[in-house]
Design a protein around this ligand. Structure first.
Ligand code: DHB
Ligand code: MG
Length: 216
């Protein structure tokens, strides 16, 4: 290890998680209902949610765009960091998942702050005006990440955030023969993201690796 960094182990991650705000019962119920509904059991880690909320508060975010709603866990988590009148617009291609997320957002503490848009990520993003969002969170199909990024570089204002999930490729980043077909797309996206001149970006090792970029 370098002179200036501690090698972070599983023990450190456990330590961090134990000292981070826990998931509330509502989000735990949402997870169980999603499992019961046959929705893929995929959500961000609670400590990742907490970190994203901190970033959104620091950025004074009011308008957030998410690509890839799934069950709505991260949309609800992000909405909790927004002020009154703030809004997460979250895009989901799958109608059943969009409906599930809409229902759960409506009965959450942030009902009215989450708008689920059913549609294809790129089609929806392309209709959004420039500088109309304070932050974006990309968490949909990994092969389309470069296109979502291009749109979000236009949509997110200067000083705003572009966060991207799964930089560690579902834990298979260094796997020579990954079982997940999206691993190569994640690797090449990581290389792309690290070179975007409009962003200062870093991978934060929470959850499955979270890209955080701020628009310069
Ligand atoms: C998968 C996708 C995600 O966005 C995630 O956070 C974890 C897993 C997947 O496609 O398997
Ligand atoms: Mg993800």
């Amino acid at each position: 290890m370098s002179e200036t960094s501690t090698l972070v182990t599983a023990e450190h991650f456990k330590y961090v998680a134990e000292r981070t705000a826990r998931e509330d019962p509502f989000l735990a119920d949402l997870k169980q209902a999603a499992r019961d509904a046959g929705i893929p059991p995929i959500w961000i880690a609670p400590e990742q949610a907490s970190f994203m909320q901190i970033l959104l508060r620091l950025a004074r975010a009011r308008e957030v765009i998410e690509v890839g709603t799934l069950a709505g866990y991260s949309a609800i988590a992000m909405a909790r960091a927004l002020p009154e009148g703030g809004r997460v617009r979250t895009i989901e291609i799958d109608t059943a998942r969009a409906e599930f997320a809409r229902k759960w957002a409506a009965r959450s503490d942030v009902a009215g702050r989450v708008e689920v848009i059913q549609g294809a990520g790129r089609e929806v993003l392309q209709k959004l005006p420039a500088d109309s969002a304070d932050a974006a969170f990309l968490d949909a199909d990994k092969k389309s990440y470069p296109f979502y990024l291009e749109d979000c570089l236009r949509i997110v204002r200067r000083g705003g955030l572009i966060m991207v999930d799964n930089a560690f490729a579902f834990g298979q980043l260094f796997d020579p023969q990954p079982s997940d077909p999206d691993v190569p797309a994640v690797r090449s996206f990581n290389d792309l993201m690290s070179r975007v001149p409009e962003l200062q970006s870093i991978i934060v090792p929470l959850g499955d690796g979270l890209w955080v970029g701020v628009k310069k």
